[in-house]
Design a protein around this ligand. Sequence first.
Ligand SMILES: [Zn+2]
Length: 94
Amino acid sequence: MTRDLILCPRCNSEYTDYYHVQTFDRTEDAQSGVHTSVVNSVVTVDGIMTGNPSPRRHGVRLAFMCETCADVFTVAIYQHKGNTFIDTNYEATS
Ligand SMILES: [Zn+2]
């Protein structure tokens, strides 16, 4: 097992919270599938693939907020052409 700490990409703070979890499940190249969203203890399920980090397959997107600078960033895990990738995207709020 390996364990890495997720740091804020803006200020390198070790204190981050995830607040929105989304999963996207679909067969290859399908326009719709199963999308789940959990935020503020509310679960929604639909077939909308907007926001899926994978252009063709499954994906997971986690939205984080930094406790130090309050900025938001996302971590995405997704499949593409037989590989699985992990990306971090920083979305400056200030
Ligand atoms: Zn920060």
